[in-house]
Design a protein. Structure first.
Length: 251
């Protein structure tokens, strides 16, 4: 905790490579974490999605000849606007920023970009990947819904992906495993189930939850978080094989 009362940031979220490190590695693939800056109840930080995206990206990049990029920390969180602290950019801005990053990577010789998305509201990323065909940069969006489902099963997560929408069992578990210093007390009694939310995009989250939570964080544990991350790393092997993210050579 800083003197101002602000929580300290999670360590190790930014890549520490130098130019020479990248030159020696000669990557042909880059990994871009994309998070958000939005409410996650009273016990998880506004940066939760960014921390999770960075944690997953770091895990899947480890030991591979890839360039790990710093995260995009503000994205499309408009459905959370009723809570103070939430900041959003438009979908068109996110589309433009990711496309510009891909173009820059292509000019530096990197032809593949993995978008590691930590926020479900970033729907436009699907279009970015879809439109990348023929652009000179191959893209993939990770983790996909099937990747999350398999990881949840492996970890013994009890809530479904639909029920566990926001600040619930999975997100809280990952932070308990990777960055427990960021989790405040209160998640144990913050469950809120709102499975019938057909008009969420129109009405926003506040129509379905007072706390900002949709899910059952009381079921979270560090063990589940560790297994979730292990499952996602295993799921990435399919992407690596498809897109050529080889392991890093060591002398």
């Amino acid at each position: 905790m800083t003197a101002s009362g602000h929580p300290t940031s999670a360590p190790g979220l930014l890549p520490a490579d130098t130019t020479e490190d990248v030159r020696a590695r000669r990557p042909t693939m880059a990994v871009l974490p994309i998070g958000s800056f939005e409410q996650h109840g009273a016990y998880l930080p506004l940066t939760t999605d960014t921390v999770i995206a960075c944690t997953i990206a770091r895990e899947v990049a480890a030991g591979r000849a890839v360039q790990l990029l710093p995260p995009l920390t503000v994205s499309c969180s408009h459905e959370h606007a009723a809570w103070p602290g939430t900041v959003s950019i438009s979908a068109r801005t996110l589309h433009a920023v990711v496309t510009d990053i891909a173009d820059s990577l292509r000019r530096s010789g990197i032809g593949t970009l993995i978008l590691v998305n930590g926020h479900g509201g970033n729907y436009v990323l699907r279009n970015v990947v879809q439109e990348s065909a023929g652009s000179g940069v191959r893209m993939a969006l990770f983790p996909g819904s099937a990747d999350w489902d398999a990881a949840r099963t492996r970890a013994g997560v009890q809530t479904s992906g639909h029920t566990d929408m926001h600040a619930g069992e999975a997100e809280t578990s990952i932070l308990l495993a990777a960055h427990p210093e960021l989790v405040k007390e209160g998640y144990e009694s913050a469950d809120c189930v709102a499975d019938d939310r057909k008009q969420l995009l129109t009405l926003g989250m506040s129509a379905y939850t007072e706390s900002g939570v949709i899910g059952r964080p009381s079921l979270a544990s560090a063990r589940k978080g560790k297994e979730l991350l292990t499952g996602l790393v295993e799921a990435f092997e399919e992407y690596a094989a498809l897109l050529g993210a080889g392991t890093e050579a060591h002398d």
